[in-house]
Design a protein around this ligand. Structure first.
Ligand code: ATP
Ligand code: MG
Length: 553
């Protein structure tokens, strides 16, 4: 698998629509996003609905949100609400155009009867196994059902009885009478209605027969006057079936256009697998910050603008597209670099004592909230004679290019003074436990005279710093394509989260859940919206400052 070349930002669907409008083939643009409410939305869905809502915006049209809720067994209101929230979160608005396939059940039933009356549909009473066996294969034609030539009257009676609940599940189905030898398997007398004695999240117990997705989807689009039914490539083979239903019913014909679904490296997107990750507790829930779901990304601190930027950047094409996860992470960094306030936090503390600074003095230094955006103001950063710096910023025997702290070396404290390491203190095992340093007190906001100090390190004041929980998230899977493993669960990254603590500037203790900060030189961190308590924030690492995986490849 290789990362594909990114296609140009415009896309072939936009081109088709522009031409249609210019040539007068269409007068308006109506699109829709049609999720099944049987799971939470993931980044692949974001690609789909950004495209649909985006096209409606581009052409001053409208985009509907329609729940294709034809399967009562797997669908729930919880998902409906979550999906609405996710679409809104990305900034899209369906206005008055919220629909449900289940709103069309009465109409679909009438259309089924219409097709029976036209001799285009019949009730089949074979078993599921018999139907599977007689369906044929890609190279072999199917065999007609012995029930295929039932009279219209008999079909009408049986279908009515199916509807009235006279039969148990699986005993009869209604099939379209098309062609059992069609090279397109979808046209070999596909099922239209099945018996399901199941409670539906919206229609309750009104129905015990339910339309198949393929008998509902295209007609749903037609009823809503959708001009462009945009869907992923696996529906290309279903298009002739949708067109057949539309033609036989004599109703408005939308134009179906297929595009390639998004595949993202180090990620799985099948709903079944995501559900399994949740149910088997490999993650803490659908909104676990490692999940590729929009609820997960929101909790992790990905800004909606970054996801929209990503969807725009990856483009839309016909060829199978694998996008590297780093493309998404780069969008997140770009956005957060602009929008997040800077703070100082030390994850792996090493004590530093400033020997020439009074032990009882605390100074409040002014530190900008954002170095490139002075309008975002400043905050007070306490400084005292005892500090913590990050262990990684000190080396006893530093190599040439190491510009941070070492014995006898100088470094600038971010937003503070230049300090020099005078003495290294170790414990009985030889581990460095403290550095004695001296500060050049004439270097606040200015360079020292006569020498250059290259390195800048972050720090916190020991007595004012607050300890908070941090969760260092990494990719959920360690393999580029988890589906290549014998079992995708084997590809899980055992180090996808490390729970730890950090010492942070005092103001962070009251940070609002959901706010993201750049911990300078460390990474972007977002206050967890679930596990934080007032005065006790937990910080999720949203993304590292740089792509740490790139060098591993
Ligand atoms: P399933 O049908 O197996 O439950 P699904 O992911 O197709 O899963 P839907 O709710 O049917 O779920 O998806 C809604 C829309 O999102 C569909 O039009 C579908 O084509 C699109 N979609 C789903 N996954 C992706 C993806 N990875 N990339 C782009 N579009 C996607
Ligand atoms: Mg689907």
């Amino acid at each position: 698998m290789s990362t594909s070349q990114l296609p140009p930002p415009s896309n072939f669907i936009r081109t088709i629509i522009s031409e249609d409008l210019e040539n007068g083939r269409r007068e308006q643009v109506i699109t829709r996003f049609p999720p099944e409410p049987n799971g939470y939305l993931h980044i692949g869905h974001a690609k789909s609905f950004s495209l649909n809502f985006g096209l409606a915006e581009d052409f001053s049209g409208q985009c509907h949100l329609r729940f294709d809720d034809t399967n009562p067994v797997k669908e729930e209101d919880e998902y409906v609400e979550a999906i609405k929230e996710d679409v809104s979160w990305l900034g899209f608005d369906w206005g008055d155009h919220l629909y449900f396939a289940s709103d069309y059940f009465d109409q679909l039933y009438l259309w089924a009867v219409q097709l029976i009356k036209a001799g285009k549909a019949y009730v089949d009473s074979q078993t599921v196994e018999q139907m599977r066996e007689t369906r044929g294969t890609l190279t072999q034609a199917g065999v007609d059902s012995p029930f295929r030539n039932r009279t219209i009257k008999e079909n009408l009676e049986l279908f009515e009885k199916m509807k009235n609940g006279d039969f148990p599940d699986g005993t009869h189905i209604l099939r379209a009478k098309i062609d059992m030898s069609s090279p397109n398997m979808n046209l070999r007398d596909p099922a239209m209605y099945r018996i399901l004695h199941a409670h539906h999240h919206r229609t309750g117990d009104k129905w015990c027969i339910y339309p198949m997705y393929d008998f509902a989807h295209g007609q749903g689009d037609s009823i809503e006057g959708v001009t462009y039914s945009i869907c992923t490539l696996e529906f290309e083979d279903h298009r002739p079936l949708y067109e057949w239903f539309i033609k036989e019913l004599g109703i408005f014909a939308p134009q179906q256009i297929e595009f390639a679904r998004l595949n993202l490296s180090y990620t799985v997107m099948s709903k079944r697998k995501l559900l399994q990750l949740v149910n088997d507790k490999h993650v803490s829930g659908w909104d676990d910050p490692r999940m590729p779901t929009l609820v997960g990304m929101r909790r992790r601190g990905y800004p909606p603008e970054a996801i929209r930027m990503f969807c725009e950047r990856i483009g839309v094409g016909k060829g199978a597209s694998w996008i590297d996860l780093s493309v998404l992470e780069e969008c997140v960094r770009e956005q957060l670099n602009k929008s997040s306030l800077r703070r100082q936090a030390v994850l792996n503390p090493l004590k530093v004592t400033i020997s020439n600074y009074p032990a009882d003095k605390v100074e409040e230094l002014d530190a900008p909230n954002h170095p490139q955006q002075p309008e975002l103001g400043t905050r007070k950063l306490p400084f005292s004679h005892e500090l913590y710096i990050d262990r990684d910023d000190f080396m006893e025997e530093p190599p040439k290019k190491f510009f941070r702290l070492g014995p006898g070396r100088e470094v600038r404290l971010r937003n503070g003074y230049i300090i020099k390491c005078d003495e290294v203190i170790k414990d009985e095992n030889g581990e460095v436990i403290e550095l004695k340093c001296s500060a050049d007190l004439d270097t606040l906001g200015k360079n020292p005279v006569g020498r250059k100090v290259k390195g800048i390190i972050h720090w916190v004041s020991a007595s004012q710093a607050k300890k908070v929980g941090v969760r260092l998230y990494d990719r959920l899977f360690k393999e580029e394509n988890p589906d290549k493993a014998a079992n995708y669960l084997d590809a899980l990254n055992p180090e996808s989260v490390k729970v730890s603590t950090a010492l942070v500037e005092p103001s962070l203790l009251n940070a609002e859940p959901g706010t993201t900060f750049q911990f300078e030189r460390v990474g972007y961190f977002t206050v967890d919206s679930k596990d934080s308590q007032p005065g006790k924030p937990v910080f999720n690492r949203t993304v590292t400052l740089r792509d740490t995986w790139a060098k591993l490849k």
